[in-house]
Structure formats: structure tokens, C-alpha cells
Design a protein. Sequence first.
Length: 220
Amino acid sequence: MSAALLFDLDGTLIQSDPLHFAVFAEMFAERGREITWEWYVAHVHGTHNLESFPVLFPGEDAQRLSDEKEARFRDRLSMGQTPMPGAPALIDLAGAQGWGVAVVTNAPRINAEHMLSAIGLRSRFETVIIGDECARGKPDPEPYVAAMRALGVAPAAAIAFEDSASGLQSARASGAYTVGIRSSATAEELMRHGAQTTLQDFIDPALPEILNRLTEEAMQ
């Protein structure tokens, strides 16, 4: 393959943060606590359950709570979701250009499968890299390195789309050109964590210029 597009999943291919927030708000409410969207973005978004749950729910079984939280999340997915605007068309374009595509996510594989199915894109990705199945997950670059290795492309010929601090750090450190998706953070916040440019979604008018990088790389 001459080039590749690498996609985070939560908040990038699917606007899943409202679903995650709803589950967390529900779990906190059951414990007599209330959280806001701003608190969720600052303290929960992009974190690993088993790392954050001992702090969020001290004294409770982090693994059990993690399993419960993810089951509740999948229940909400069962109603079906829409992909991020422009995502299916961008994947079509990649196929027409002969570019590889991969999902690179820290989500558990069962969640990744449910999310991709919920937005109707599971069949479009042969390569799905799961952070927990790598030697190290995001923010380490290994998940993105694994995706490029699987697709047979060099970092200079890859564009990564991310929305979280840990994901941006991972993608940037892998050498891929790193694009922040403004689904839950501002352009300034995304750039601070490693984005080289940002998009609102995949119908953003700035996207074609970003994709030109791959055509230029192929000509060199």
C-alpha cells in the first residue's frame, strides 16, 4: 500500500463520548455523586478504566466496575449510532486511492466490535489494533506502529486521526501526521497534546489539503 489512514474510534469515527458520559453520570449518581460534562472531559476522557477507577471509585473492585461500565455502554450502542460525518466517504476515497485503513483504539475489543457494527463500518476495516493487545497501549506509540506495520506503510505515508490527549501523543510519537478531531476538545487543546492540525469532522473543508500530503508522499 502506498499510504494509510489510521483512525481512533471513540470520539473519532463515532461520537461516543455522550454515551460514555451518560454511563459515568449514572454510576456516580448511584453513589450519591454528580458530575458535569466538563469534569468528565478533564478527568475521565481518554483514560484507561483500570487506571482511573481506583481513583474515581476508591475502595471498589475496579475490574468489576469496568466490566459493568462497558456493558452499560454496549447496551446504549444497541440502539444504533451514526458515524462521524464524512467518515464513510473518506473510507471510500481511501479504497479508490489504494490507501490502507486501520482502526487504532484503546477500547476493549468487544467494545470496538460493537461500535464499528453500530455505525455500520465493521466490514470496512480488516485491521483493528487494540491497545490492550499491544505490548503497550496509548499514549505509547506502539498501537500506531503496529497498525503501520500491519499495513506495510512508513510513518511519513500515514495520517492519524485522534481526539484524546493520550491518542494524540501516541500518534505523534509514532511518526504519523497527526490530526486532532474537535469532538470534545478545542483546537488549542488538541494542538497542545500533539495534533499538527485539527478538523471538526470528516466533512471539514480543510480535509482535502491534509490528504494531499499522501499524494505528495507517493510522488517522492
